[in-house]
Write a protein that binds this ligand. Structure first.
Ligand SMILES: [Zn+2]
Ligand SMILES: [Zn+2]
Length: 258
């Protein structure tokens, strides 16, 4: 019914672009099965011009952390940072690159409090999850938590909002692991990571997280979800704490990859 209504309404009433706010006619909605990139699921919400600034994370990239290489030729391979890393998370994937359109969308969502963005962004993120993770690989999803002080000032945890509605997709035949909020917590308020070097980020975030229920994560495969992966210091630290508390393995999914 909704699809029929949309087919009638869309051509008549234009939509406001979530990025530049101009009005546009979105045209037919892309079907997930036929879309080339999960990022294409944002076509109904973002005008054609802004869609051009939505850059997928494409090969060649790091097989572990999805860092995109400057050269557009060659095979995927481990990046230097991952070769040096002493192994915390196993795999990290993202919806798109933290540039242009996706950077604007993340800012609108996180800093301007446009939480209605959680729905389309969360849906596209789910498509990335389906593409890269086999059924049954993940036992539970943990959003990267905010410190209570930050949570109170922002009013929401953007990472949790991105995965909150995933349970609804289980009606459509997908297998969706439970999203659990209170196992991984932030016990130390840290300075923002923006503007810090890789090394400083690692030191800044060290000791910021704790596990409230080690039994619940014992031998479990965990998917950490965050908004942006920059150097990976935050998710490295979360993974370190989870593994030290008995988790089997930790993977990472973010909206954007710097
Ligand atoms: Zn636009
Ligand atoms: Zn890497």
């Amino acid at each position: 019914m909704r699809a029929i209504l949309r087919a009638i309404i869309d051509p008549v009433f234009p939509t406001s672009c979530l990025v530049c706010r101009s009005f546009f006619h979105p045209g037919p909605r892309p079907m997930e099965a036929f879309s080339d990139q999960p990022i294409d699921l944002l076509i109904p919400f973002v005008c054609a011009d802004c869609m051009k600034g939505l850059l997928p994370v494409r090969s060649p990239m790091c097989t572990r952390c999805a860092a995109v290489y400057h050269s557009e030729e060659g095979e995927d391979h481990l990046c230097e940072a991952c070769i040096k890393a002493d192994g915390s998370f196993r795999l990290a994937r993202a919806l798109g690159r933290y540039e242009a359109t996706l950077m604007t969308l993340v800012h609108r969502f996180k800093y301007e409090g446009k939480i209605q963005l959680a729905k389309p962004l969360g849906r596209a993120l789910f498509s990335v999850y389906n593409r890269f993770w086999q059924k049954e690989r993940i036992d539970m999803i943990l959003p990267v938590p905010l410190h209570p002080t930050r949570f109170r000032s922002r009013g929401f945890n953007q990472s949790y909002l991105l995965v909150k509605n995933w349970v609804k997709f289980s009606d459509t035949g997908f297998s969706v692991p439970p999203v659990i909020k209170h196992i991984l917590v932030r016990i130390r308020s840290t300075a923002p990571q923006t503007g810090l070097s890789r090394k400083e980020r690692g030191a800044n975030i060290r000791g910021a997280f704790s596990i409230t229920d080690a039994q619940a994560i014992a031998e479990k495969n965990i998917l950490l979800v965050d908004d942006v992966f920059t150097t990976g210091a935050t998710v490295e630290e979360c993974a370190r704490v989870l593994l030290a508390s008995g988790a089997q393995g930790v993977d990472v999914l973010t909206l954007a990859r710097a």
